[in-house]
Design a protein around this ligand. Sequence first.
Ligand code: FRU
Length: 476
Amino acid sequence: QQSTEQWRPAIHFSPKKNWTNDPNGLIYINGNYHLFFQHNPQGNEWGNMSWGHAKSKDLLHWEELPLAIPHGKEYIFSGCVVYDKDHVSVLGDPSKPLLIAIYTADYPNTLQEQHLAFSNDEGLTWTKYAQNPVLSINLKDFRDPNIIYHGPSKQFVMTVVKPWEYTAQFYGSKDLIHWSLLSEFGPQGDVDMIWECPSLLELPVENSKEKKWVLALSSQGPYKKAVGMQYFVGNFDGKTFTNDAPKEQVNYVDYGRDFYAAIPFYNTANTETFWLGWMLSWSYAKEQPTFPWKGQMSLARTLSLVRTSQGLKLKQVLKPDLTKMKPSFEAKNLVLKGSKTLSGMKFLQSKTYVIELKVDAANAKQWGIELGDEAKQNPELTRIGFDEKSQDWFIDRRLSGEIPAPGFDVIQSAPFVAGEDKVMQLVVDRSTIELLAQDGLVAISSLRFPKKKETVRLVSLGGELRIKELRIWEVK
Ligand code: FRU
């Protein structure tokens, strides 16, 4: 098989070779961000599920480390890592820092239960706990534990799901080994597909001193739907999570097909909460046309809540915020009609860059950015922008190059948040595109596999576009 390194993202993590899906055990320790990941160490398809391992100082450059937790009879499914600062678990060497991984042990088609492993060397090697499981309810599908320390109730709280019941359960523990049921949440929100990979987060509400609890989780969408991840905003009192919104209300995290199973980083040095997700979709994951790897992670995103005309909404901002760098190009107060190729910037040709477009007013029907070749006939084209008629942000990848599976060639769209500015930020990193619009209130993450060398064009269709500001960053 031919290698496809031209599609390998530069600042997004992907394993050197073989398969990955969910990020696992995201944790900061001793100057490094650690990323564990669902991994098949033997092949470029799902199987032999084990935990791979990588670390990074800046969330952009990743160093892959040896396999962390290999499978045995049991597959090592998704889970989390906790820093047991006070050695409450009394495992391992008491004189060394202790990491505890709690993950789902999957006995294919039989049973899923929660297991523990510990590490005294910053996650390089792990010992599986001899008395596993630490939690079992004898259910075939019961998975994806994610643990926080809840200060007010002085306990660790695990969130875990019963996928087919659209239910999250909360368990409490003082020592990370004995767990007792606190409460259940669900079914609520989107219950079309099974629930996976939950996490409980406490997020600041911008421009206030308030904090709110958020329950985020993944449910895989069929092609016809945008859903990948959803969230609920409410309260958690150490026992029960209550949703502030009506039961039926659905909040999506990202309207692209390629953002799934995101979980937050723990033990970070600051009070910010940020996460990253798997940048692919189960709908066509096995058809990702790359070799010798399959699957990649999104960039990290800092999370907060914003009061909008539509209530509290999740906001996601790049971490690190690449737009804080000095731009490579800047222009103000442009008027555009039709299409203009951004020439003279070599790095825009099939490499890694960020574009930000702030728009004043448009009587155009559609505007945005086009990536593609200049062919007059059957051009290759990825369109990213805003539709003034439907008031939707979109990524249109119908003609974006290789279509690896039927149904990949779709327009992915997200509703405009009324009352907020028309700003779009776009990170293009080879085969990955992340659109963060309206200062991060709208996200669309999407892969595409161009076959030709592309240029970048500013486009205003059916009328005039007044651009307040255009900024472009080369990411070296
Ligand atoms: C989500 C998921 C998890 C599971 C893992 C297995 O993508 O299905 O529920 O733990 O992948 O690889």
